[in-house]
Design a protein around this ligand. Structure first.
Ligand SMILES: C[S@@+](CC[C@H](N)C(=O)[O-])C[C@H]1O[C@@H](n2cnc3c(N)ncnc32)[C@H](O)[C@@H]1O
Length: 262
């Protein structure tokens, strides 16, 4: 433990399977980092009122690396104590900690629905504290989703800063990609205004979705894939491909970085 945990206690709302979209993406896109890690240590930062999503994260990552160790960190000591019965050491443990990661050196950090309740100016220091604690080759996934994980958005960060933004939705209930704007990470949610790169991105995706309406007859998955392909064809530097699109995802360079403009 490295002094006082950095951050503040916030609402502990969580839900089983709420984070399945980001976990599935982590398994697909961060498996190489986890496999290459000298120490397969992963932190779930801010697991909330119950440890259910930390338990799920450990099970999902064990498919990639059976010896993975997940440490659920919480700034609220009562939530750490309440999680104890779910511990399964050394595979899954719980401890008190904040953005400083309690001095751990994980290869992956998942911080979901944590920064959402902070003010935007708190984000850079929180990001720097988390990325500063990573093991070499490590990454942080920081994002936000709705109560049941139907809409989710997350940023991948490494030691150099934010790299990508992923938007992910349950397509069967999606009316419009603009709905994702409410679930943007704290660093972007207040930037969904004209003139900002993330606003242009959401508008372009929404327009492509509308244009793809003829594909709705083949199902929302076909329509989403068509819309993302059109986004890419219009010059947006989409970094993933059809295998991820068919899951209702799209990943782009973090808006506002040099790689992020169309
Ligand atoms: C809304 S819950 C999120 C629970 C779970 N991650 C999820 O997405 O369902 C947010 C939790 O983050 C905790 N938290 C807030 N700031 C934190 C920090 N700096 N370090 C660790 N935990 C923090 C809060 O105490 C709260 O329990």
């Amino acid at each position: 433990m490295t002094g006082r945990p950095r951050g503040m206690v916030t609402r502990g709302t969580t839900h089983p399977n709420r984070l399945r979209r980001v976990d599935r993406w982590l398994v697909a896109t961060c498996a190489g980092r986890l496999r290459a890690a000298a120490d397969p240590l992963v932190v779930d930062l801010g697991f909330g009122a119950t440890p259910v999503t930390a338990v799920e994260l450990r099970a999902r990552l064990a498919a990639v690396r059976p010896d993975v160790r997940v440490v659920g960190l919480e700034i609220d000591p009562e939530r750490v104590a309440a999680a104890e019965p779910a511990a399964d050491p050394p595979a899954l443990t719980f401890a008190r900690g904040g953005f400083e990661l309690a001095g751990l050196r994980p290869v992956l950090v998942r911080a979901f629905n944590v920064l959402r309740q902070y003010d935007e100016p708190a984000v850079p220091d929180a990001w720097a504290a988390m990325t500063g604690g990573l093991a070499p080759g490590g990454a942080v996934v920081e994002g936000t989703c709705d109560e049941v994980g139907r809409l989710a958005c997350w940023v991948l960060l490494d030691a150099a800063g934010p790299r990508t933004l992923t938007l992910a939705a349950r397509l069967s209930t999606l009316d419009s990609p603009a709905e994702l704007a409410e679930r943007l990470p704290k660093s972007l949610i207040h930037r969904n205004v004209p003139g900002e790169p993330v606003h242009a991105l959401i508008r372009a995706l929404d327009g492509a979705w509308r244009d793809a309406v003829p594909y709705a007859a083949f199902g929302p998955r076909q329509r989403w894939q068509r819309a993302v392909a059109a986004l890419r064809d219009a010059g947006w530097p989409v970094v993933d491909g059809p295998r991820r699109w068919r899951l209702g995802e799209v990943t782009v360079p973090y808006p506002g970085t040099a790689a992020g403009a169309p």
